[in-house]
Design a protein around this ligand. Structure first.
Ligand code: GUN
Length: 305
């Protein structure tokens, strides 16, 4: 039976370790502070932001939400970020992605103070990642590394294949795996023989955003599968195939009319060594690592050890 890599358990461990650090800062100086910027009314972004604010509340981190309208300009967002950069009580600033098309995301990210960039997206922090120097790391790939470490899955000398080359997940994931001494391949929409590339992986990270795109026949027996995808499926015939080994979930689909699946076919994993389920695998880790980056930023800024 494959081992299930439980992201909720890892999230609990990370948050338990952060709690005394938050208490210490709060007693000595003030609670860590996080600004969350949510532009417009993208429903998925609104849910992510709500969960981030909720995690702050549970941990005792002060959070403030800013909600510029969908029509905001690049200049207006930069002006907001400059105000937040100057606020001494805020240690982190998160601008929820994606931004509307009229906004130049790269320019907005570059306006962040690098020391408050708890997403690790600023070019200064991207440079620190590439050079393997300390600094905030993008939360989702950092969570994956944390999960692999806490489950004792070795990376040194292993073949890691990353599907997807996004700035948020694929590229930083590949760099972090490289720094753990894996041999890393990045695949994308132009890659030839994707199944063949995947079959070489000891560690396969799927981050392409296409429901059940990766089939079991692409995965080497004994590999570890990290599924970063979160895709909503509403088609009943597709759901019946995807959930053919999960009757409880299929019953829930018929009740609710939708289900969440990852980028890997969830009923074709019998032969793997370990995998992250969707939901409950990588998802819970992103917010835990955001909390970790925010606490670390507060410690640096407040001079705690
Ligand atoms: N959108 C999807 N993932 C992320 C993330 O980790 N940070 C931000 N700011 N936006 C996202």
């Amino acid at each position: 039976m494959p081992k299930i890599l439980d992201g909720k358990w890892v999230r609990g461990e990370i948050l338990n370790e952060l709690a005394p650090r938050v208490q210490k800062l709060t007693a000595a100086k003030r609670p860590p502070g996080l600004a969350v910027v949510l532009v417009g009314d993208n429903p998925a972004s609104a849910i992510y932001v709500r969960n981030k604010v909720q995690a702050c509340r549970e941990l005792g981190i002060h959070s403030e939400k800013f909600t510029p309208p969908e029509s905001v300009t690049t200049a207006e967002l930069i002006a907001l970020i400059q105000q937040l950069n100057a606020r001494p009580d805020l240690d982190g600033i998160l601008v929820q992605m994606p931004l509307p098309p009229q906004v130049d995301s790269q320019t907005v990210i570059a306006a962040l103070s690098p020391e408050k960039d708890v997403d690790g997206f600023h070019p200064f922090n991207t440079g620190a990642l590439v050079a393997n120097r300390p600094g905030p790391r993008p939360c989702t790939p950092a969570g994956v590394i944390e999960l692999l470490r806490r489950y004792g899955i070795p990376l040194r000398g292993k073949r890691a294949v990353v599907l997807g080359r996004s700035d948020i997940v694929g590229k930083p994931m590949a760099m972090m795996l490289l720094h753990q001494h894996a041999t890393v391949t990045i695949c994308h929409s132009n890659t030839q023989d994707l199944p063949g590339e995947c079959l070489r992986a000891d560690i396969l990270v799927a981050a392409i955003g296409r429901a059940a795109f990766v089939r079991g026949s692409w995965i080497r027996p004994g590999a570890t599968v990290i599924d970063v995808g979160i895709n909503r499926v509403t088609d009943a015939r597709l759901a019946a195939d995807l959930l053919r080994n999960a009757p409880d979930r299929l019953a829930a689909f018929h009740k609710n009319g939708s289900t969440l699946v990852g980028d890997v076919h969830p009923s074709e994993l019998e032969h793997v060594y370990a995998y992250t389920p969707v939901p409950g695998g990588v998802g819970p880790l992103t917010i835990a690592m955001l909390m970790a980056n925010t606490v670390a930023s507060a410690e640096r800024r407040l001079g705690a050890d």
